[in-house]
Design a protein around this ligand. Structure first.
Ligand code: ATP
Ligand code: MG
Ligand code: MG
Ligand code: MG
Length: 471
């Protein structure tokens, strides 16, 4: 009888509570008072000002299970979902935090982590390995001399992996030490033998507005353990999607929301493995979408709302592969509500709102792609899908870039999305330039004059690029 995800969450919080940590609720996915950060992407976000000393913490030791979204910004995992076994857009990060509350910040946090993993969770020591920042001999010696790890269990990694910061801008940061689960030799998952489960960050610095590191007056600790990854380990699974929580969601999806298999895309029919991937991506995205809406984000053209829209569209394009031809996410929401509302009552409280927002967004989306999809498919069949054509579909038919991107990927067509994004930017700048040039001296050689003329005559230019690029 495996320990459930729910029990793991409780056991973690309870361990730290009995060790003098105050249990606090998760904060919103919209970071409070922080315009530098898109979404809450770690447990430490709500305590940012306590680390830097800007605000005094009511408690010196704290423990939380924090809702996180990593889709956009510094820690962006959107494109990983569907391709790795361990990344989600939405996940829960379990953590313990010290604002000068440990006698020795590194030793005490390492000790707690090791105790919890090996005693309370009962993981075999020989299956755990750790990493420290190159040069952080202090941490390495704690692992070696006080925990008793042999040298072959300690990896020294560079700043890219073992120096943690929330974003690229100002904020608290520091060296970290990470704990990995060893799948075993020859049992690699996604080509990797070691699964990162817990990150212990030793918050020693604040990066200031100029980008310089300032030493914090009080060394702090911030740790983060992925709940779903921990469940993977404790339930003896290889991917996060095999744990109880995801299996419940995926199975209900399969049982309750009807798909017409004759409508599934030919890609899916050729490769049944992809059916499972599609289910996983949709369920993952359903979680981030629903939690974002329940925290007050709504789909929009820019900013947080745009990222939400992007996630919804990505989910819908995977739905398209399965054969959905109309709105379905709003129906799926009840499955999530059933599975998670006991832990997160906000899902129940805002249930109607979430479903309405979804239905609205889905309806708009299907209208837009109805026009563009036939052209996209034709391009793929003719082997002519490239950055320029993908942009044309977007610009002319309003076909969401995400749809084309996913389709391209699934047909093994390499598309440089950055190049496409540049094309989009260029058009935006061009139309801005057009408006500006109205005020300047007429320039007969300016290609934008043609556009200006159209504008003045109040006619919109007819698009002819499609035929010319196809032939
Ligand atoms: P990875 O290297 O696997 O991408 P990370 O180093 O980016 O993970 P951290 O920023 O250290 O992750 O976050 C702390 C912990 O949160 C990780 O050790 C992991 O258990 C969990 N975690 C991070 N990103 C995700 C994600 N996208 N989905 C699920 N769990 C995650
Ligand atoms: Mg990562
Ligand atoms: Mg990592
Ligand atoms: Mg990490």
């Amino acid at each position: 009888n495996d320990i459930t995800t729910k029990e793991i969450r409780e056991k973690f919080l309870n361990y730290f509570e009995t060790n003098k940590h105050k249990r606090l609720p998760s904060s919103s996915l919209i970071p409070h008072n922080d315009s530098t950060l898109l979404f809450t992407n770690a447990g430490m976000v709500q305590f940012k000002n306590q680390f830097t000393g800007l605000e005094e913490s009511k408690y010196k030791l704290v423990t939380t299970s924090q809702k996180c979204v990593r889709a956009g910004g510094k820690h962006n995992d959107l494109e990983n979902v569907g391709y790795t076994a361990r990344h989600h857009t939405f996940f829960e990060m379990l953590g313990n935090f010290s604002f000068g509350g440990y006698n020795h910040f590194k030793r005490d946090s390492i000790q707690h982590a090791w105790n919890l993993l090996t005693k309370d969770f009962g993981l075999p020591k020989e299956r755990l390995a750790i990493s420290v920042l190159e040069g952080d001999e202090e941490s390495a010696s704690i692992w070696r001399d006080q925990i008793g790890l042999s040298n072959d269990k300690i990896m020294y990694l560079g700043k890219k992996d073992n120096f943690w910061s929330m974003g690229d801008g100002p904020g608290p940061c520091g060296p970290c030490s990470e704990i990995f689960w060893d799948h075993g030799e020859g049992k690699e998952v996604d080509g990797e033998r070691f699964l990162e489960i817990w990150n212990l960050v030793f918050m020693q610095y604040n990066r200031n507005e100029k980008g310089e590191l300032e030493k914090l007056a009080m060394p702090c600790v911030d740790t983060g353990m992925g709940l779903e990854r921990m469940a993977t380990v404790l339930q003896g699974k290889t991917t996060n999607y095999d744990i109880d929580l995801f299996q419940n969601l995926i199975n209900s999806f399969k049982e309750q929301v009807m798909i017409d298999p004759t409508k599934a895309s030919h890609i899916i029919k050729q490769d049944p493995q992809r059916v499972e991937v599609a289910y996983r991506v949709i369920i993952d995205h359903l979680r981030s979408i629903s939690f974002l809406i329940s925290d007050g984000v709504i789909p929009f053209n820019i900013g947080r709302g745009y990222v939400l829209r992007k996630i919804i569209r990505r989910a819908l394009s995977y739905g398209k592969l399965l054969g959905f031809e109309g709105p379905f996410l709003y129906q799926l929401f009840s499955i999530l509500e059933h599975e998670m509302a006991d832990t997160f009552p906000q899902l129940r409280e805002r249930s109607n709102e979430i479903k309405n927002v979804l239905l609205n967004e889905e309806t708009t989306f299907y209208k837009a792609i109805k026009r563009g999809i036939p052209y996209l498919e034709e391009m793929i069949d003719r082997g002519q899908l490239n950055e320029d054509n993908l942009f044309l579909l977007y610009n002319t038919y309003g076909l969401p870039l995400e749809i084309s991107e996913v389709k391209a990927k699934q047909n093994n067509i390499e598309i440089d999305m950055e190049k496409v994004a540049n094309l989009v930017d260029e058009t935006r700048n061009q139309s801005r330039a057009t408006w500006k040039s109205n005020e300047s001296q007429p320039n007969t050689n300016n290609p934008l004059d043609e556009v200006k003329k159209w504008k003045n005559d109040n006619i919109s230019p007819k698009f002819i690029g499609y035929e010319t690029t196809l032939n």
